[in-house]
Design a protein around this ligand. Structure first.
Ligand code: VG1
Ligand code: CO
Length: 544
């Protein structure tokens, strides 16, 4: 047969981060770089012979080439079948949906999410397990150790597969089936949300929405769902054609990078609702007319209103949020009498809680929200959830938020990112901070007295696995918090993330700009950690 065994050597630095292996495209294009990592994934797996693998990506530069390599390697390594999205496209939540629906053994998702794409941009690859979610740390650690010991990889010598034509083809002993990228996902959405009610809202003539797909993967999904199934006017989806370089943009749905949408929603005659998603479709930003919804608040509002939505009428088992996410969801959980779990950053930590039926909704401050319908965060799901809530309540985004704050108080929140910092200096900042933890409790800074200071450690309540050093948190007597951690998704230098939160019960202060409300905490963070000194920057690169 045509299976070729190629000898190779370990390549340094193939350690998966918060969400898979992400590097600049030229790094992935080095001889054997991708092949080594893919073989390491396969070497770490047991019992997949004859089973199904799902593959697809966000359509960025190098997606198609990488897919051809992965298909031939999957065939050479004994998979029975591969399901691949048409044109190589599968949004991350859609890949999760497909893995679950067809009981696949696992999946490979090609994406560097919100990082820019193109020949000089980033590329990424991650492995998802049979529940449809990102591989847990135990698996990613195992993959990493295989990359350090690899000696050969297997690949089938064959012609490339036509990824644009739907249907099945034989690749050696393995079947490749090119599937419609949207069908299964759209069907799942229709099962969770009241499409008739949302359609009535979108076609009523007095509700306007705008969805920015940022030239990234959700274009075809958003067009089919909003403009097709839900009857929104053509043009509702902007930047809706996936491009290999995302139109040279930075497909990160926040107030800085989703500027096209922000301009429209913060104009005088703005539409009622705006949303954006990221490169691979798992993040979302929700905007109202001249109004921004903080992701942590979005999770809290979704939880508080879940009983209004078809797929969640039965109630929530629990909520889970990442540690740096604000405590707004905790307040909703308390009122509902359900548990709110606090996990490390990264969606892989939600998998066990979802599988065990302990949590129904999950979210992160980084514009990620999702539920037990798949095992990834899901951008368009969040947009549909909001539309469904609006359709039922008949209120504006701003009204919904203000009522929410009236009921629960407001968790004023902001994240400050310092990007492309010298990696050594960033580690030094974290080290000195860790060293000072013991000295902080009891100390007073201005109006704030430190109650606790620690480096977050998480014990998974389901399998007992422990993850240490997940971020330094400093909590104050009045409930305010700050968290420091280094990003695990960047590809250049280090990114320092500073997360700030304070609680405001006084309704008359709910309109205040978070940067003002958090002003003193921001100054204290600098005093404690020496942010400006170590980063050499006097202000953050991005504020969300
Ligand atoms: C960031 C976010 C984290 C998110 C991760 C993957 O990680 O902070 O909340 O889960 O990106 O999201 P980090 O380590 O850079 O802080 V995505 O949409 O990039 O897959
Ligand atoms: Co993403």
């Amino acid at each position: 047969n045509n299976i070729k065994t190629v000898s190779t050597q370990p390549i340094d630095g193939q350690k998966p981060g918060t969400s898979g292996l992400r590097k600049q495209v030229p790094v992935f294009q080095q001889p054997n770089y991708l092949e080594n990592f893919v073989q390491a994934i396969f070497n770490s797996l047991d019992g997949y012979a004859g089973h199904t693998l799902v593959v697809g990506g966000d359509g960025r530069y190098y997606n198609r080439q990488a897919l051809q390599i992965i298909l031939k390697m999957a065939a050479a390594n004994g998979f029975g079948k591969v399901l691949v999205g048409q044109a190589g496209i599968l949004a991350t939540p859609a890949a999760s949906c497909v893995i679950r629906k067809y009981n696949a053994f696992g999946g490979i998702v090609l994406s560097a999410s919100h990082n820019p794409g193109g020949p000089d941009g980033d590329f990424g690859i991650k492995y998802n397990v049979s529940n449809g979610g990102p591989a847990p740390e135990k698996v990613t650690d195992d993959i990493y150790s295989h990359t350090q010991n690899i000696t050969e990889y297997k690949i089938l010598e064959a012609n490339d597969i036509d990824l644009d034509r739907l249907g099945s083809t034989q690749l050696g002993e393995m079947t490749v089936e090119v599937i419609d990228s949207v069908d299964d996902y759209a069907e799942l959405m229709a099962s969770l949300f009241d499409f008739d009610q949302i359609k009535t809202l979108l076609t009523s003539g007095n509700f306007r929405m705008c969805m920015d797909s940022m030239h990234a993967v959700t274009g075809p999904y958003a067009k089919r769902i909003f403009e097709g199934l839900l009857g929104a006017p053509a043009g509702t989806v902007m930047n809706g054609t996936p491009l290999e370089d995302f139109g040279k943009g930075h497909p990160d749905p926040n107030l800085v990078y989703a500027h096209d949408l922000v301009e429209i929603l913060f104009a005088k005659d703005a539409p009622d609702f705006g949303a954006a998603s990221d490169g691979d479709g798992d993040r979302n930003m929700i905007l109202g007319n001249n109004f921004f919804v903080t992701p942590s608040d979005s999770l809290a509002v979704i939880a508080a209103n879940a009983h209004l939505v078809k797929g969640y009428k039965g109630g929530l088992a629990g909520i889970a949020r990442s540690m740096p996410t604000s405590q707004a969801p905790d307040l909703v959980a308390k009122k509902l009498g359900i548990e709110c779990f606090e996990t490390p950053t990264g969606w892989k930590f939600f998998g066990n809680l979802l599988d065990a039926g302990k949590a129904t909704l999950c979210g992160e401050e980084s514009f990620g929200t999702g539920s037990n319908h798949v095992r990834e965060k899901d951008g368009l799901w969040a947009v549909l959830f909001w539309l469904n809530i609006i359709a039922v309540r008949g209120q504006s985004v701003e009204e919904i938020l203000k009522e929410h704050w009236q009921t629960y108080g407001r968790n004023v929140y902001s994240r400050h990112d310092y990007e492309a910092v010298n990696a050594e200096k960033a580690s030094k900042l974290m080290e000195q901070l860790r060293g000072a933890l013991g000295t902080l409790p009891g100390r007073t800074f201005g109006n704030y007295e430190v109650q606790y200071a620690d480096d977050f450690s998480y014990t998974d309540p389901i399998d007992g696995s422990i993850s240490n050093r997940q971020g330094v948190r400093i909590g104050f007597k009045d409930g305010s918090r700050m968290v420091f951690r280094l990003s695990g998704t960047g590809t250049q230098g280090a990114t320092l993330r500073l997360y700030l939160e304070s609680y405001e019960a006084d309704t008359s202060k709910h309109g205040e700009d978070p940067q003002v409300a958090l002003g003193e905490l921001i100054a204290i963070a600098d005093e404690i950690a020496g942010v400006r000194e170590y980063t050499g920057m006097d202000k953050p690169t991005v504020i969300t």
